[in-house]
Every structure is written in C-alpha cells, then in structure tokens.
Design a protein. Structure first.
Length: 570
C-alpha cells in the first residue's frame, strides 16, 4: 500500500519535520491508513500530536519553529479546519514563522467513480469555491495536490519557500480521491531543496554605511527580531561594544541584545513617550524590525541618517509602511553585521576618545534606567502590581528558562523587569492575534524538553489561547509548563486605546469601557480539569512568591501549573 498520503507523510519526514499537529476529519482516511501502516511496520514518520483545536495546533507549530527554526506540519480538516486556524495563521505569517499546513478537500466525485468518492452528507457542505483563498494573504505559497506522482516535490518546494527569508506559513490541500491514489515511491534528495542563500551588502554599501556610522556622534541601533539566530546577537554585541552604540528593542519578538549589557537602553511597545536617546540620534541602524518606532509617539529627529536592513525591506504585505531611511537593504542581518564589523576593523581613523565619552553617557543612562525599574518593582501593601509580579517571576527563574510574553498592557513591564540576557530565552508572538501563548508554550516545551517554559499572559489572552485544549494536550504529550496570568479581570488594552484617541472622552468621564470580565471565574480550574495541572489564585502580595515557587516545583516535577494573579489595572 503506497498512496499520495503515504508519499506526503514520507516527504515531511525526509524534509526533517518531526511533528504533525493534527485535527482529523472525513478528508483524511488515506492519511490515517498510511499512519497506521507505518506504525505497524515500525516505519519512521513524524509523530502525530492530536490537537483538539486547530488554533492550538498552529500556535504549537509556531512556538516550535520559534525555538528551533524548524518548520513543523499542521494537518486540518478541509475548509472548516482551515478557518479554525483563525488568528494563528495571521500570527505565523506576520511573525515570519515557517509552518506547513495541509488540509484535505471535499471529494470531487459523487457516484463512487474513484476511491474516496463522496459517501457522507458533509461532503456537499464542505465543497466551497475557494478553499485556498482562506489562507491567501496569510501564507507565502498555496497549492493543490492533484496526484501522488509529484506530491513530494510539492512538499519540498513548499518547505523551501517556508524556510526562505522572510519565512512564513505555506498551505497545501488535497481532495480525498487524490490523497487515496495509489502511486509509486519517488526518491528525492532533500539537500537540493535548501532555502535560498542569505544576502549580503555590496562593498560600496558597507563602506557608505560604516563611513556614516563612524561620523555619527549619537548613533543608535533598533531591532525587534534579530535574536532569531543566536550568532546575530553576538555579532550585534561585538559591533555595539566596539563603538559604544546604544540599543533599543522595539516590540521585541526574541531576545535581541542582553539586558545586562550597559548599552541596552530599554524596550518600546505602545508607551506614549519619546525615547530620549532616539530623540537625539544622528544615525539609526534599524536591523530586523517591522515597527522600529511609532511616529505619533516616538521617532528619531528629521536630520538623523537611517539605514534599514531586513530580509523584507519593502513590506509588500503591509499596505501602509514607510520610514525615512536613506537606504533599504534586503540582506541577512548576521552577514551584514559581520561585514560591518570587518570593515570597522580595517578603518584606521576611529575617534576612540569620542566613543569612550559616549560609552560613559550611555552607561549612566542604563544605570539610571535600572534604578528606576527597581524602584517600581517594590511590593505594595494591598495590591500586586505587574512590576512586582514580574520581578517575583524573575527571582525564581534560572538561566535554563524560556519566557513567553503575551501580557499585553504589561508587555514592556515583562521585558524590563525580567531583563532577558540569553539568546533564545524569550519569545513574544511577533504579531497581533491573541492567544498564541498556550499553544506556543506547548510547542516550545516539545522542542526544548530540558528547558523550563514559563508563559506570562493577560487574562484575555489566556481565554483566547483555549486553555482547556492547551492543557489536555500538555498532559497527554508530557510538555509541562508554568502559566502566570496577569489578571486584571478584563481587556485593559482597549481601555488604553480609547484613552489614546479620546483622553477626555465620555468613556473616560463615566469610566465605562466595556472591557470587564466575570470576576468570579477561577481560570486555573480549567487547566486543573482538563490537564491535571496545579492551579492557584493569588491576590495577596505577601503570598505571591511562595505560590509561584510551589507552582514552579510542580512544573519541574512534570506537572503543568497555572497561577492566576490578581493585578492592579494600570
Ligand atoms: C484575536 C484578537 N481579538 C481581539 C484583539 C483586540 N485586543 C487587543 S489587546 C486585547 C486585550 C487583551 O486582554 P488581556 O490579555 O487581559 O490583557 P490586558 O489588556 O488586560 O493587559 C484585545 C481584546 C486581538 N488583538 N486579537
Ligand atoms: Mg486583562
């Protein structure tokens, strides 16, 4: 027995995919047959992770790829399952995370003409005009598997596109008859389907950039996802240390620059304040960042010379996007940083005195910033502030921990009060459809079983993550992690958004923002019920640290834990 479905699964295995996050249906009999056949014959295929909701499946593949760089596969049921991927496809696409999604499609014969022909009422309902259109706008590539004869080529091509920068999700669909088709095994060499090679700068561009950089008195680097690759972080540290360049992380998706480096000048999310260093900058290197600043709140001066380096400097998928950059380079940030560092080493006239005086100013700024942060995280008598909560988490973690941040109006607080220092130790979704945290934690733990994984989430984002599904899967697949809910009993963000546009509006005057949740709900019980997690609620600041420690002990012993912390609405 060797069908299109066997070839599809075999292709995924040969391409290095380890997991299939799967939600099966009437479109998948051939896949189920092939999986059982392989399992009975001890033939190695990717491991199936049964995912009771597609959003969690996709978020888990997202997290796995963030932690490893390796795309996994998500298998969903026709157009319905594709739609249930929901915001998770927005997240993978916008965050540039590689995932291969396969969906079956309704049979295209109805009188038994072929194996797989319609035999259930649902096949008429699930036959839609443009199933692939659901993913268009949120995938780099989509195609239909029409025969088993070249399904491997389609899978390898799809993965080549997914892994090439800018990375992203890809979509294949196959109608039932095509997936049942008997076919011959095709041998392909995976090494001939590698992602496109990373790009560098032309020599004259390196030289121009370095000349402008060395002329600058107040240069600054801004980045968001440079830390996708550890080597990039080291190369950026090398450059910044050599020239005493301050770094600002804007909307950080990864750990990009160690917070304990005294050139780190903080994180920017939606804060309504001009960053004092960016305000005075005369040179800005934006490297790996979609949103380096929000011009209505914070921006460099008009005179600053800006260079923009990214795998996707045109942002063709963002209809409105521009920054006043002198040059836009499509290139790999590691290679570019290596080019810049080498070019600087070759320069003979570098004003080291100026660099050292700048280092002193930036170091003072950093120290002052840390002092203010420590002030803010002091315990208050009756209420847990997000700063105190984050500092308490920081105190119980070690260097073997990965933190996930979906704390929304506490996004920046999580960054500055954890203060990540190790590449790969921190992730946010990198996009805007909420609920990534639960599935992503599961995927990251699957990828890095020896790490302690901690998800810091708003209460709204906890609901969005479908915790019942996340925790039943976490137990079934032995991926224990700690969730800490920053629970302000509602959506604080739309309140901030309303005040941002209408600071003295009627909503403010009546303190009526339409964002409040049921405050009697015990959120941790969901995880207890479906995943046998340890659950706790805390509102007393004095009890917080002990509860967090107990919860973390449970996680270290192999049981997930959810700590629901009542925090002040800020
Ligand atoms: C799928 C989705 N639905 C709605 C939103 C709009 N939204 C942005 S932030 C937010 C509130 C999140 O609530 P919570 O996690 O409790 O964080 P808080 O705002 O309270 O800090 C909402 C509803 C979104 N971004 N994505
Ligand atoms: Mg909230």
């Amino acid at each position: 027995m060797y069908t299109t479905s066997t070839a599809l699964l075999e292709a995924l295995h040969e391409a290095g995919v380890k997991y299939l996050f799967a939600n099966f249906g009437s479109d998948h009999p051939a896949i189920i047959e092939s999986l059982t056949d392989a399992s009975e014959k001890n033939k190695e295929l990717p491991k199936v992770i049964i995912s009771p909701h597609e959003f969690v499946a996709m978020s888990a593949a997202h997290g796995y790829a963030q932690a490893t760089g390796d795309p996994q596969a998500v298998i969903v049921h026709v157009e319905c399952g594709t739609q249930n991927l929901g915001g998770a496809i927005h997240n993978a696409f916008k965050a540039k995370v590689p995932v291969l999604v396969f969906a079956g499609a309704s049979p295209h014969t109805q009188e038994g003409e072929m194996l797989g022909s319609r035999n259930e009422f649902i096949h008429w309902f699930q036959d839609v005009n443009d199933q692939r259109g659901i993913m268009r706008g949120y995938s780099k590539y989509d195609n239909e598997i029409r025969t088993g004869k070249n399904v491997k080529q389609l899978v390898f091509r799809a993965l080549q596109i997914a892994k090439s920068e800018p990375q992203g999700p890809v979509y294949l669909m196959g109608p039932r008859e095509a997936m049942e088709e008997k076919t011959e095994r095709v041998e392909l060499d995976p090494s001939l389907w590698e992602p496109i090679s990373p790009g560098t700068l032309a020599n004259e561009h390196v030289s121009e950039l370095v000349t402008d950089l060395l002329k600058a008195k107040k240069p600054v680097v801004i980045t968001s996802y440079l830390g996708k690759q550890e080597e990039r972080v080291h190369e950026l540290v090398k450059l910044c240390n050599r020239l005493a360049i301050p770094v600002i992380e804007s909307v950080p998706q990864t750990m990009n620059f160690p917070f304990n480096n005294e050139l780190h000048c903080g994180y920017q999310w939606n804060e309504n304040k001009q960053h004092p260093i960016l305000e005075k900058a005369d040179f800005v290197l934006v490297i790996d960042s979609d949103v380096p600043w929000i011009p209505t709140k914070n921006k460099p001066p008009k005179k600053a010379i800006i260079y923009y380096i990214d795998a996707d400097p045109l942002k063709e998928d963002m209809p409105l996007w521009y920054i006043p950059s002198k040059r836009f380079f499509r290139a790999d940030s590691l290679l570019v940083l290596q080019q810049i560092n080498k070019a600087i080493n070759r320069r003979r006239t570098i004003d080291n005195e100026q660099i050292e005086s700048r280092r002193e100013i930036i170091t003072n700024f950093h120290r002052q910033m840390i002092k203010q942060l420590r002030e803010k995280e002091k315990m208050h008598a009756n209420v847990i502030t997000p700063e105190y909560l984050t500092a308490s988490v920081r105190e119980i973690i070690d260097e073997n921990t990965i933190i996930l941040n979906e704390a929304i109006t506490s996004y920046g607080i999580v960054n500055s009060h954890i203060g990540h220092t190790e590449p790969g130790s921190y992730f946010s979704s990198g996009a805007g459809s909420l609920g990534w945290n639960g599935g992503a934690a599961l995927g990251i733990k699957l990828a890095k079983p020896n790490k302690t994984v901690i998800s810091l989430t708003g209460d709204g984002c906890y609901y969005f993550s479908i915790p019942s599904v996340v925790h039943t899967m976490a137990e079934q697949y032995d991926t224990p992690f700690l969730t800490v809910i920053y629970n302000n009993y509602g959506w604080n963000a739309p309140r901030h958004s309303t005040l941002g546009v209408h600071p003295d509006g009627i909503a403010k005057r009546h303190n009526k923002f339409w964002i409040d949740f049921n405050d009697k709900s015990n959120l941790a019980k969901v995880a207890e019920a479906t995943g046998n997690a340890f659950g706790a609620q805390v509102s007393d600041p004095k009890e917080l640290k002990d509860v967090l420690k107990t919860a973390l002990d449970h996680v270290k012993q192999g049981r997930s834990a959810v700590v629901d912390v009542q925090i002040a609405r800020i």
